[in-house]
Design a protein around this ligand. Structure first.
Ligand SMILES: [Zn+2]
Length: 111
């Protein structure tokens, strides 16, 4: 077995596990229940961890997750506060009226 990564969000790990399982890679989440029971945990060791069962799958797993995180990075489309137009996330100003994207509405970058 091989630990792949740890993340503070079990939900995020569950999403990544789904990607691996879809590719036929056996994997599981460790510390899943611990995190939910204790709430706020300051220690990295207590974060939920994503493990793969066969260490031979490691390279493929990392490639899959790398691709998944790249895809997620651009984020959601945003709505112009001035004219209400929906703008693709790669644009920082409204193509219709030129209003800047409101910074506070940016989604948090996937980590
Ligand atoms: Zn606009």
């Amino acid at each position: 077995m091989q630990r792949l990564l740890s993340h503070q969000s079990v939900t995020h790990l569950g999403y990544l596990r789904g990607i691996l399982e879809a590719a036929g890679i056996g994997c599981f989440i460790k510390n899943e229940r611990l995190s939910g029971a204790l709430g706020e945990i300051p220690f990295l060791e207590c974060w939920p961890e994503l493990w793969i069962i066969d260490a031979g799958d490691l390279a493929q797993a990392e490639r899959l997750l790398g691709a998944a995180q790249t895809e997620a990075a651009p984020g959601e489309p945003w709505q112009c506060s001035s004219c209400g137009e929906m703008i693709e996330s790669q644009f920082v100003t409204c193509w219709q009226c030129g209003t800047d994207e409101p910074a506070a509405d940016r989604p948090h970058p996937a980590t």
